[in-house]
Design a binder for this molecule. Sequence first.
Ligand code: BG6
Length: 489
Amino acid sequence: MASLSVEPCTFALFGALGDLALRKLFPALYQLDRAGLLHADTRILALARESGEGGARLASIEEHLRRYVPEREIDAAVLQRFTARLDYLSMDFLHAEGYQVLAERIGPEERLIAYFATPASVYGAICEGLARVERARHTRVVLEKPIGHDLESSRRVNDAVAVHFPENRIYRIDHYLGKETVQNLIALRFANSLFETQWNQHHISHVEITVAEQVGIEGRWGYFDEAGQLRDMIQNHLLQLLCLIAMDPPSDLSADSIRDEKVKVLKALAPITAAQVAQQVVRGQYIAGSSQGKAVPGYLEEENSNTQSDTETFVALRADIRNWRWNGVPFYLRTGKRMPQKLSQIVIHFKEPPHYIFAPEQRPLISNRLIIRLQPDEGISLQVMTKDQGLDKGMQLRSGPLQLSFSDTYRSARIPDAYERLLLEVMQGNQNLFVRKDEIEYAWQWCDQLIDGWKQLGDSPKPYAAGTWGPVASIALITRDGRSWYGDL
Ligand code: BG6
């Protein structure tokens, strides 16, 4: 039985028949219901343009739910309760009439949560529509990424929403912030004095953040080709991870205290000029190769592709933070599609001890690393040096992990999907795990200069075979500084 109290609401899901809603949002809502975290009076309104019989649409939502929720987690009684909460309304989000019908289904005093799983270009029209029928007052709006494709367009979207909603009722999603291990980063850093004293340029040599995906474009070519890996992953997920690693301790856990600290990091990111882009940023595009033992096509041969595209599917870069804590500590970021495995991890490399007393040939072994694994096998591991056991070993050193594997330690507990956590937080009115307007804008500003740099240089993405760790230039990027990507096989 759940111990959290959650107030009742009407959850209006705009774009309810889209991939995100079917694959992630309905399953997340179902899981919240299963965990007893939806109030008995909470209703879910599925809103989409597709006309036709509502019953058939709801049946299709249920069918997808069965596909995306593991069979062992489908409970007949919960499913029945969940589907009874659902209702479907066909409406054109750009026309006023639909909002009138919508308003009739929501009482004027009801708490409405409006989730926009639509292109950002429609957000303004939805806000306007809700305001016109007087359903903006008790409403929290949830905005999916991408919010714009550069600073200017993101401002336009944010400004259009801000006409009707104050910042404290706007929830901008970055689903990485809902991942269990990402939240654990805050606990790790600020509930253990052990790390905080080491968390600076005196003790840390460099930081790596890798978000590698094994999948390719998965039928999303049209969307992805407009965006590319920099806009799709670095501007949001990787920069958010960087902020959580690099930020100063907030004075409390309130949303604004945390977000103020993250913004300071974004403001301190060293600009990368067009001349530096060639040295510090690598973009790649996958060509045919193999994945999990099977031949797979290149990006330009994917379904619905345009054979001329020079959109990147891989980015590796070196970011520097200009402040007292991080001066001289590079942050290497790397993300790509069609990598050898799905892997998201942060590796903090600590500096060597100031004075070395062991056998010289063992020196390359020496290093402490903190590895924070987001997926798969969520966990944290600290690589420490110990002595090898045995009379014949003398003072032979070995590097071994002090390990905290969340899946082993909390074996009985299921690790919730990021969207479950985020939807629950919206229902509770907590903004900690959502992105504030200024964070989005500073992140865009920093990414825009990289895109401008590529344009100025006429840079095209470097090819890499599907199933590899990206172009060789990505290895050169880090070896130039005398380092290597951790764990690449
Ligand atoms: C999304 C991107 O935000 O994150 C996708 O648009 C990407 O391209 C996805 O595949 C990765 O999320 P996760 O949780 O699977 O790492």
